[in-house]
Structures are given as C-alpha cells and as structure tokens.
Design a protein around this ligand. Sequence first.
Ligand SMILES: Cc1cc2nc3c(=O)[nH]c(=O)nc-3n(C[C@H](O)[C@H](O)[C@H](O)COP(=O)(O)OP(=O)(O)OC[C@H]3O[C@@H](n4cnc5c(N)ncnc54)[C@H](O)[C@@H]3O)c2cc1C
Length: 474
Amino acid sequence: MNDRQAISADCDVLIIGAGLSGLAAGIRLGLFGKRVLLCERHYTIGGLNSFYRRNGHDYEVGLHAMTNIAPREDRGAVLYRTLRQLEIDPDAIGFVPQRQSAIAFPGIRLTFGNGIDRLRSSIAETFPDQVAGFDRVVASIPRLKGIDAADSRSAREFLAEHLSNPLLREMLLCPLMYYGAATPDDMPFGQFAILFRSIFIEGMGRPARGVRGLLKVLIEKFRETGGTLRLRCGIKSLIVENDRVVAVELDDGTRLRPRKVLSSAGGPETFALVRAADGAVPQTSARPRPGALSFCEAIAVLNRSVCELGHKDTIVFFSRDERFAYRSPDGLIGSRSGVVCVPDAFEQPDPRLEPMVRVTALADYDRWAALDEAAYRRAKEEVFSQLMEVASLYVPDFSDHVIDRDLFTPLTITRYTGRMQGAVYGSPDKRHDGATPWRNLLLCGTDQGYLGIVGSMVSGVAMAARCLVDEPSP
Ligand SMILES: Cc1cc2nc3c(=O)[nH]c(=O)nc-3n(C[C@H](O)[C@H](O)[C@H](O)COP(=O)(O)OP(=O)(O)OC[C@H]3O[C@@H](n4cnc5c(N)ncnc54)[C@H](O)[C@@H]3O)c2cc1C
C-alpha cells in the first residue's frame, strides 16, 4: 500500500456491518445529515438476521420472533420509540403477534403470550404458592429506559430471593438465556431484566413479511437518508495512531479515512482488525474475550403446517432435565434443551411463508471446526435427524411432510457473519458505553450489550447519538 492508493473517504462515519444495529445506526446518522458509508463483507444485508433461497425454498436465519411487541397504544414502548427515532411507521413493517409460546420441562408446562397476564395465570395454575413471589419479580423489572444494562448481579440469585421453587426458576430462565445469554449457566441481572421485559412483559411477534420485509423497510430508509451501502466490502484492518483510527483498509486494499468508525462486527472481532501503521498489533488490556456459546439450527420445510396437525405453540423452549444446561455441550450439540419454533404459528400467518419447523440447540464450535469436509457433511445429517427427533417430543409428527431441509452450524455463523467461535450473543465482556481505546472507534450491536433484533436497533440508535454528540476533533 502506498499513498497513491490511499483515498480520502467521502463520509463522516464508516459503519462496519449491515446487520440490524449497523442499519439502524446508519439511518439515524443519515437523518442528522451525516454522510454514512455502510460496509458489509457478505453479499447481502441482515447479518445474524438474514435470509437465503435454497432448492427453491425461502429460508430465514435468526428471526424466530421479534421481542418487545407491546400494545400499539403504548407509545413509550421501546420498539415504537426506536422506530420513531428512525422515522419508520410501524405499519410499514406490520407486527403479527405470536399465538402462544410454551416452556416445557419434564412433565410440566407453562404457557405465555403477549403481556404478563397469561404467564401469571399459567404459574398460578402450576405453581400456586409462587404467585406472590412472581409478582415481586415482575415489580422489580423497570421499564427498559430504567434498566441498568451493566448491572452484573446474578440473575439466578435475584430469582432465588423471590421464588422458592427451583424448577420455576429454571423454567423462567430457559427462554431468557436461549434468547440472549452470552455467558454459561447464569446471566447478569441487567441482561435478564431487559429480556424479561422484552419477552414476558411485552411479548413476541413477527414482521408481516418476515425478515425480508423488515430488512427491506430498513434499507429503503437508509438509502432515503442519503446513506451509501457497499456489499462484498469487508474491512481488513483499522490503522491506528496513538488513540485514533487514522485509516480503514478494505479487503481489496483500498484505504479510506472516515472521521469516525462504528463497528457492529463484535468486540473481539473489531479489536482483531486494529493495527498500527507498521502492522504491529497494539497492546491493550481492554481486549474483550471471544464468546463461547454457539448454536446449531435444523430447519425442515414442510408441505403441511404442523398447526393443521393440532400444534398451537409459536415457540417452545424446552428442557428434558429439571435443571437445564446452558453451556457449551460435551458433543457436537446438546439436545437436552433448546428451542422449537414454528414460524407459521403466528396470529395471521404470512401467506408467502412455507410451513416450517426450526429447532435450535447449543453447539460446540471447536468440535465442528475439527471435522474434515466429509465428516462435517455426515455430522450435519446426523445432527439434523437428532434435532428432528427432539422436535417430535413437542410438535405433532411431521416426518411425512418434510420436503426440504437445512442445518446451520457454528461454522456457518462464523462464515457469514465473522463472529468468532460462532458466538451468536457475542463476547461475555460487553462494553455498554460502546467505547474502545481509540477515540473515534465505537462499538454497536451485540457487544455493546443490546442484542436480539430490537436490541440491536436500540444499540444502533444509541451509538449513533454518541457519534453525533461526542465529536472528538480530527
Ligand atoms: C439462530 C438464531 C436465532 C435468533 N433468533 C432471534 C429471535 O428470535 N429474535 C431476536 O430478536 N433475535 C434473534 N437472533 C439474534 C439476532 O439475529 C441478533 O442479535 C442481531 O441480528 C444482531 O445484530 P448486530 O447488528 O448486532 O450484529 P450482526 O447481525 O452480526 O451484524 C454484523 C455484520 O457485520 C458484518 N461484518 C463482520 N465483520 C466485518 C468486516 N470485517 N467487514 C465488513 N463487515 C463485517 C457481518 O457480516 C454482519 O453482517 C437470533 C440469531 C440466531 C443466529
């Protein structure tokens, strides 16, 4: 690379990654008149929440359900507030509520819907002596604005203060950990409170036109605000001098010089891009650790909906043991607990969506990475069958109706999103202020501490605000 190759970037903020946080940040900055360049290494947008077409069938990755589907009249609810900040009409996306979801443990089942009442009634039927404690738990969860995301108290200890029944504690933790814990076995209270409110108090739903519809609205808005999207445009390195990023090097060797960089690539992944001008890796004690929790997901496309076979649940969070294990498994996958999602079990099923069953389970990145190509292919077949067998414990038998199938592994996640170790929920070391040791490099998205679809958008908006306010001089 010589100086002639270095080009001056025509942008104020370069955003790494066109996932939900990158898109939301790009829109918000564009609305404030900033020139934004959004660089995505993959050939399409969406990141962990995306879609693809295979064997003539439309698949979705990521979205089981959007959280935070509060009643529309609740204008202060985080989803609607965030969409207002992005100047997006919620009707342009259209949110279809879940029917009901379930938490299924050995011989016992709780159901919940949108709003806390249904879960409370289910607990009252199943654990009558725990209702007062459950009410105290609910009362302890503030609105999202009031939650200290950095509160690191143990969620397990918090629950034990209010609920004497260990099985109920496990059952409540199961959906929350599966939908957002970056740490094994327990989660920080801040994260627990966000997810408790997002899933149990507010609720879950689906964009009327699925992931594609949601992303289409976001990218159109991004373009309308004047932003530039470059696909197949990976960031190879961030060149730093002292406490600033002075240049951004793309995979093709081009150098850009944005005033600021906002990265949604993940904490450890972003730090791994940082180099001094002479190529040396700067020493810093602030380097976040890569996450250790990853997943496999088996997707079966069906010629008949399991809802027609009598199934009611949108999502089943299951454990086959009374104490559920949320940690990297001792094999390729752990099938003792997981999530079964039926994407057509929402209030008004999307007519364009083929019936499907999706089963998500914890997976061990290193074991998958150690397989050679033939063994990897065989393992995918075996794991698919294993996960379908598990699904049949919670969904009527659909084996005669499978017309296509796919399985993604931790390696798939790394390949398409760059997440180290296939860690969907990122590093255990969240940086809630988004700051890095380099003043004009900020993090947004999963490793800033807000995750999931709505959380990532909230993070994008919040970090855009930091880019606007906190203008370090060039
Ligand atoms: C199986 C599964 C199920 C899920 N289910 C749900 C659900 O039901 N509800 C829910 O709310 N959430 C769900 N999620 C989580 C949700 O999808 C994510 O939390 C969210 O999409 C994260 O967004 P992000 O912007 O933080 O990161 P990402 O989506 O990871 O975006 C980062 C982007 O940066 C790009 N990138 C990385 N490195 C570079 C580089 N060097 N140069 C250029 N680009 C780069 C990546 O390609 C990626 O597109 C699920 C995720 C998975 C995998």
